[in-house]
Design a protein around this ligand. Structure first.
Ligand SMILES: NC(=O)C1=CN([C@@H]2O[C@H](COP(=O)(O)OP(=O)(O)OC[C@H]3O[C@@H](n4cnc5c(N)ncnc54)[C@H](OP(=O)(O)O)[C@@H]3O)[C@@H](O)[C@H]2O)C=CC1
Ligand SMILES: CC(=O)C(=O)O
Ligand SMILES: [Mg+2]
Length: 595
């Protein structure tokens, strides 16, 4: 809020008590230095004045309440806006039309990103209205792939802070830092430490673009109120040499803290969050490196409402895509075999959920169903002879087999029906790889999950062309439809953005206190049900994002139902119609009328 307010309010009353000067608006003549700005120098201390009643000039600069030219005549009179706006009064629809027109003039995606972030800071309702009404066009801007570039350049494009930065400097004072955030009723926190931002590696403090983007989707796609969302970046340093040398870098200039120093900061954060916001705040871990991600999830899932989007959200979205894909290619999960390129958070998280679902369907033990799933990491196929040296999360996937040192050889040896890319390395599904998949599968299922687009294992065009139009393809970042052999192929977007907004909404509306794996399965089923025969006929295994709010309501309802069934819900009794209930609670960014 701007410091040149016209109202005297509680804040000022408090300051009055502290013996500070009081603003008297009536005396604010233009030639008078009422704020004493001229008098103060950098060496002297002064109070940063603010007002808390949003009216007049400060109302126009309050993103939650600002409507810009959409303030009507009555509101302009009642709220001291006369003269602060040009005479035209316009509708929200016209504002949307204008912004879309302006956005489309920008050729560079990053310019669109900046324009969207500026809008979010200026007029929140218009930002969300735009995002909801133009979701397919704007998702690639506020989310992958453009958000990746924004994080890489965050320091140079930084104009105003978004979210909460908690660095090692704040150790011992994290609760105090949380109290600095203006909102008290937080329902969802997305937190990163910036170490594995998409497939772009360690971006340190500049990873903030990800929690900000994910939470924008929580609101636009899942209907969680923006004021209930808190983006957090934990800055423990960065090992990215380029950023450490970059004069515009916004984070701590030190190498990453590890071990006890890291754990203590994270523990203080987790404790402070519960203390400040209670038991039912959802903490979504996002884009942590795998050496921390699995441990954080295992440690805090017993004491907090936590969800790792990369491990669990991705698993749920891929399983949903597989449910739909099986309707096209036939067979049950257990009748298929799976090969992953990349055995990290995404890869092993997906594999574990597939194995769990297979085990539920066939009643076979998990150790058996896991044997249908194979993984290749940077050292080749994960096999028993490597077990000793493997990270703990890879061990369940070390099956008996000769060593195989590359993907193509592994495909030829395993003959999978499903190939999933989750290595973060682009262009790894080569022509030979896709052709090999198409040799022994009539309809190979190929998912190139790595983000952003530059890291995608292959493009949609490559998948369709090299498989001669036979691949069932989806990718983490979006690709345009492809024409091959006179037919249009529409690739799906296998991205956890389908899951986490509805999943989180389900937890919030049921008042869930813990996340259970069965809730992930419930989310997958709900999403897969939204893939109609029409979409399947086009080879689409995910519904279009244009229906996402309806989809999210169904996911939320299924997740909430599971929470009630498992006795993990606290908002009792369970509403009769959970879909309607979810829909009724979704944030709707239409302008309010001001008295
Ligand atoms: N579409 C979606 O919704 C999501 C997509 N992703 C994307 O998935 C990617 C991976 O994320 P995540 O699993 O968290 O990352 P991790 O770092 O946890 O895992 C990466 C894995 O890839 C392996 N790998 C790296 N390079 C190669 C290579 N050249 N050949 C074979 N394997 C390799 C690594 O092997 P090693 O262990 O040997 O180093 C590791 O097993 C990212 O691009 C991310 O954006 C992630 C979450 C959701
Ligand atoms: C989509 C996502 O969460 C990732 O790429 O990390
Ligand atoms: Mg992620």
């Amino acid at each position: 809020m701007n410091g040149r307010g016209i109202a005297v309010d509680n804040t000022i009353e408090e300051l009055r008590g502290e013996g500070e000067r009081v603003l008297e608006p009536k005396s604010a003549a233009v030639d008078e230095d009422v704020y004493n700005d001229d008098r103060y120098t950098e060496e002297q201390f002064m109070m940063p004045w603010t007002v808390s009643v949003a009216s007049g000039y400060s109302l126009l600069r309050n993103p939650q309440h600002n409507k810009g030219l959409a303030f009507n005549e009555k509101e302009r009179d009642a709220h001291y806006l006369r003269g602060l706006l040009p005479p035209a009064c316009v509708s929200q629809e016209l504002q949307e039309k204008k912004i879309m027109h302006n956005l489309r003039q920008y050729q560079v995606p990053l310019q669109r990103y900046k324009a969207m972030m500026d809008l979010q800071e200026r007029n929140e309702k218009l930002f969300y209205k735009l995002l909801i009404d133009h979701v397919e066009e704007l998702l690639p801007i506020v989310y992958t792939p453009t958000v990746g570039e924004a994080c890489q350049k965050y320091g140079s494009i930084f104009t105003h802070p978004q979210g909460l930065y908690i660095s090692l400097n704040e150790k011992g004072r994290i609760l105090e830092v949380l109290r600095n955030w203006p909102e008290r009723d937080i329902q969802v926190i997305v937190v990163t430490d910036g170490e594995r931002i998409l497939g772009l590696g360690d971006l340190g403090c500049q990873g903030m673009g990800i929690p900000v983007g994910k939470l924008a989707l929580y609101t636009a796609l899942g209907g969680v109120r923006p004021s209930a969302c808190l983006p957090v970046t934990i800055d423990v340093g960065t090992n990215n040499e380029q950023l450490l040398k970059d004069e515009f870098y916004i984070g701590l200039r030190r190498r990453r803290a590890t071990g006890q120093e890291y754990e203590e900061l994270l523990h203080e954060f987790m404790t402070a969050v519960k203390q400040r916001y209670g038991e039912k705040v959802l903490i979504q871990f996002e884009d942590f490196a795998n050496h921390n991600a699995f441990e954080l999830l295992a440690k805090y899932r017993k004491t907090h409402l936590v969800f790792n989007d990369d491990i669990q959200g991705t698993a749920s979205v891929v399983l949903a895509g597989l449910f739909a894909a099986l309707k096209i290619v036939g067979g049950t999960l257990a009748e298929h075999s799976f090969l992953f390129l990349g055995a990290g958070e995404a890869g092993t998280g997906i594999a574990e959920l597939i194995a769990l679902e297979m085990s539920k369907q066939t009643k076979a033990p998990l150790e058996e169903t896991r044997k249908k799933i194979w993984m290749v990491d940077s050292k080749g196929l994960i096999v028993s002879s490597r077990k000793e040296s493997l990270q703990h999360f890879k061990k369940p996937w070390a099956h008996d087999h000769e060593p195989v040192n590359n993907l193509l050889a592994a495909i030829k040896a395993i003959k999978p029906t499903v190939l999933i890319g989750s290595s973060g390395v682009g262009k790894t599904f080569t022509k030979e790889v896709v052709e090999a998949m198409a040799t022994f599968n009539e309809k190979p299922i190929i998912l190139a999950l790595s983000n952003p687009t530059s890291q995608s294992e292959c493009t949609a065009e490559e998948a369709y062309t090299w498989s001669k139009g036979r691949a069932i393809f989806a990718s983490g970042s979006p690709f345009d439809p492809v024409e091959y052999d006179g037919k249009i192929f529409v690739p799906g977007q296998a991205n956890n953005a389908y899951i986490f907004p509805g999943f989180g909404l389900g937890l919030v509306i049921s008042g869930a206190t813990r996340v259970h794996d069965d809730m992930l399965l419930a989310a997958s089923e709900a999403l897969a049900k939204q893939v109609t025969q029409d979409y399947l006929d086009q080879g689409l295994v995910y519904p279009p994002f244009s229906n996402i709010r309806k989809i999210s309501a169904h996911i939320a309802a299924n997740v909430a139902a599971k929470a009630y069934e498992l006795g993990l819900a606290t908002r009792l009794p369970c509403p009769k119609d959970l879909v309607k209930h979810a829909e009724s609670l979704m944030y709707n960014p239409v302008y309010c009328s001001y008295r």
